[in-house]
Design a protein around this ligand. Structure first.
Ligand SMILES: [Mn+2]
Length: 403
């Protein structure tokens, strides 16, 4: 039996707008949350004495990460490497710069030939030796046009035709790799991308970007024991068995869009033809939205405070949204509200102000006056004091005459 830990979509550098700087470390506290989530995954791996770690891409927010993000990721890769646990790093779309040089944010690990680390940046089949036997890996990293097609192939095609060509190339490539599998050995397909039947997560901070989507049928392959995907941040199972097909999901929440999504990683026990998996939550930091409609309230401050006290939790990231009539805005004591949230990790307070609709129609101001703008203006200013009206009309006349 081979024990595998699969995690994905680390995105160091994301979600930091809800964090302040930790004066002791100089790091954004949300970045520390992201590091902690990865550490939980790696601690688990080492404690379980796992045979293989798979990361399915999107290491940083961008493919040009600041040194601090690279350093903290490298420390964790080193820890796995020193523990002699084979570690697979698959290139995601956020790891790639759209340039022809073909480099990516994970290149450095193959360039330095880090012990026990394998980077996959193209579609390939490779055997990975673990302490409990060989695993066959078919890798499907994020696909770009320049990596998959030649200029001659795509020059005369529309964008849609190019996508179709890429999809068919991917299908061909996966089929060809599957043909080469040794039937007696366990086989895994790892991918970074969108599978048609998947549900998108609702985080807003990270654009998932336009990527190809693959039909689920590409991966419903009897020769494969496990299909583990990255890219979509919402953890989900697309097919329960033969093979198990899933998205591991990301390790930490990026924003309020993910308030109700758990975050974590996959622990897998794999034998040829038999797969047991478990989803392990990282217990990500809580995001809590507290919504309150005060438009019909007679005790606005008390009602808001009551709800806040009921719903708030220490160390959570809290968003308070209260709906209020425009002439009641002054009735809310913002300082008091803030003081109730001091034990949260971070908070925002938004007033959703309801303005009574004003109908402001002047009956004899109509399109017939279009040729006489001064008369139109005079009618429009009907309720202005005569003195001000005269000044405005004079200015308007000067302006019109100056053309
Ligand atoms: Mn991605």
């Amino acid at each position: 039996m081979i024990k595998i830990v699969h995690f994905s979509d680390l995105h160091f550098g994301s979600g930091e707008r809800y964090g302040s700087i930790n004066p002791e470390t100089g790091l954004n506290k949300r970045f520390e949350d992201f590091i902690l989530a990865l550490d939980k995954c790696i601690d688990f791996t080492i404690k379980k004495n796992a045979d293989l770690v798979i990361f399915t891409g999107d290491t940083y927010k961008h493919a040009t990460p600041e040194p601090i993000y690279q350093r903290e990721f490298a420390k964790r890769v080193k820890r796995l490497s020193k523990s002699t646990i084979p570690t697979i790093l698959l290139v995601g779309n956020h790891d790639i710069l759209y340039r022809v040089d073909g480099s990516d944010a994970l290149d450095i690990y193959s360039t330095l030939d880090v012990d026990n680390v394998t980077v996959f940046n193209k579609i390939e089949l490779q055997n990975i030796e673990t302490k409990n036997g060989t695993v066959q890996i078919i890798a499907l990293p994020h696909i770009t046009k320049s990596r998959l097609l030649t200029k001659e192939e795509y020059r005369d095609l529309s964008a849609k035709e190019q996508d179709q060509l890429m999809i068919s190339k991917v299908k061909e490539a996966i089929f060809a790799k599957t043909e080469k599998l040794t039937p007696s050995l366990p086989a895994i397909l790892i991918g970074h991308g969108t599978i048609e039947t998947a549900q998108f997560g609702s985080e807003q901070d990270l654009s998932i970007g336009k990527v190809l989507s693959y039909p689920l049928s590409f991966f419903q392959l009897a020769q494969i024991d496990y299909v583990g995907f990255g890219h979509i941040h919402k953890h989900q199972i697309l097919q329960k068995e033969k093979p198990l097909i899933l998205y591991a999901g990301s390790l930490e929440r990026v924003d309020f869009g993910e308030e109700n999504e758990d975050k974590g990683f996959i622990y897998l026990e794999l034998e040829k033809g038999k797969t047991n998996y478990e989803y392990i939550s990282t217990n990500p930091r809580k995001f809590i939205t507290i919504s309150c409609d005060l438009t019909n309230s007679t005790n606005l401050q008390t009602d808001l405070e009551k709800l806040l006290i009921e719903k708030k939790q220490p160390d959570a990231i809290i968003r308070v949204i209260y709906k209020i009539n425009d002439n009641d805005v002054g009735l809310i004591d913002q300082q008091k509200i803030k003081s109730l949230l001091t034990n949260s990790f971070a908070f925002t307070i938004q007033a959703d102000i309801v303005t009574k609709e004003r109908t402001y129609r002047i009956p004899d101001l109509d399109t017939n006056l279009i040729t006489n703008p001064l008369t139109a203006l005079e009618k429009y200013l009907f309720d202005f004091p005569e003195e001000e009206k005269a000044i405005l009309l004079k200015k308007a006349k000067d302006l019109i005459d100056s053309f």
